[in-house]
Design a protein around this ligand. Structure first.
Ligand SMILES: C[S@@+](CC[C@H](N)C(=O)[O-])C[C@H]1O[C@@H](n2cnc3c(N)ncnc32)[C@H](O)[C@@H]1O
Length: 213
């Protein structure tokens, strides 16, 4: 079992997935074939639900990849609301631009090219919602910058906090040991934040969910 659920449970949920548009399905296939990690569709749906009820005006995403989560976020934003998304890979940015053009959501998505660790300290205006989905070894520092940039009562969502279930002590393949330990350390920090009401939800690969208090 590589995910956080049993294959039979995943299959059951997949079989009840609501009909999704052509572009989103094409992006999922592309990411799978090219081995580009994107958020699990269930986690994306949960984020879309949160955006629908929370109605953020300004959203920041760290880790655009091919633009899959960016499109899923932006398509739920209301008029005059914006998603800023940061990506360091120029190859991924080209792909994201192509897909964002196809989605027709260009006016809602602005890509910042570069390392979020250098871009975030230069951002001045705060965000209502931040989605962190970047390199795991950068998580702690990106999280610290995110807390500074998050408005009071804003929401932070962080992907992969159950890391295929490995953080919970399953037998860990050697190539996952370092990343598992990084996420275990990060989870302790995340759940102990005094200025955040935080929890880890067993959705997708484990979603950290925090509200700034
Ligand atoms: C897991 S993928 C993001 C997937 C995307 N959020 C989605 O679900 O469609 C992580 C991406 O973050 C980018 N990345 C990792 N660390 C970064 C950093 N410090 N600054 C900017 N981009 C970063 C990687 O190049 C990669 O494209």
């Amino acid at each position: 079992m590589k995910g956080i659920l049993y294959p039979s449970q995943l299959k059951y949920l997949d079989s009840h997935r609501i009909k999704e548009g052509k572009l989103i399905l094409e992006m999922e296939t592309f990411a799978r074939e090219k081995n580009i990690p994107i958020i699990h569709w269930q986690a994306a749906e949960f984020i879309e639900q949160i955006i629908t009820i929370f109605k953020p005006r300004r959203v920041l995403e760290i880790g655009t990849a091919i633009g899959y989560s960016a499109i899923r976020i932006a398509r739920n934003l209301r008029k005059k609301c914006i998603l800023h998304t940061i990506e360091k890979s120029t190859d991924n940015i080209k792909l994201a631009e192509k897909y964002i053009n196809q989605s027709g959501l260009n006016d809602k998505i602005k890509i910042f090219q570069g390392d979020a660790l250098t871009i975030m300290p230069g951002l001045k205006k705060k965000y209502d919602l931040i989605f962190l989905d970047a390199d795991k070894e950068d998580y702690k520092r990106l999280f610290d910058y995110s807390l500074i940039l998050l408005k009071s009562e804003g929401i932070i969502i962080i992907d992969n906090l159950l890391w295929h279930g490995f953080v919970a002590g399953k037998k860990i393949p050697s190539d996952y040991r370092t990343s598992t330990n990084i996420i275990r350390d990060f989870n302790k920090v995340f759940l102990a934040q005094v200025n955040l009401k935080s929890s880890i939800l067993p959705i997708g690969d484990g979603l950290g969910f925090g509200i700034k208090i």
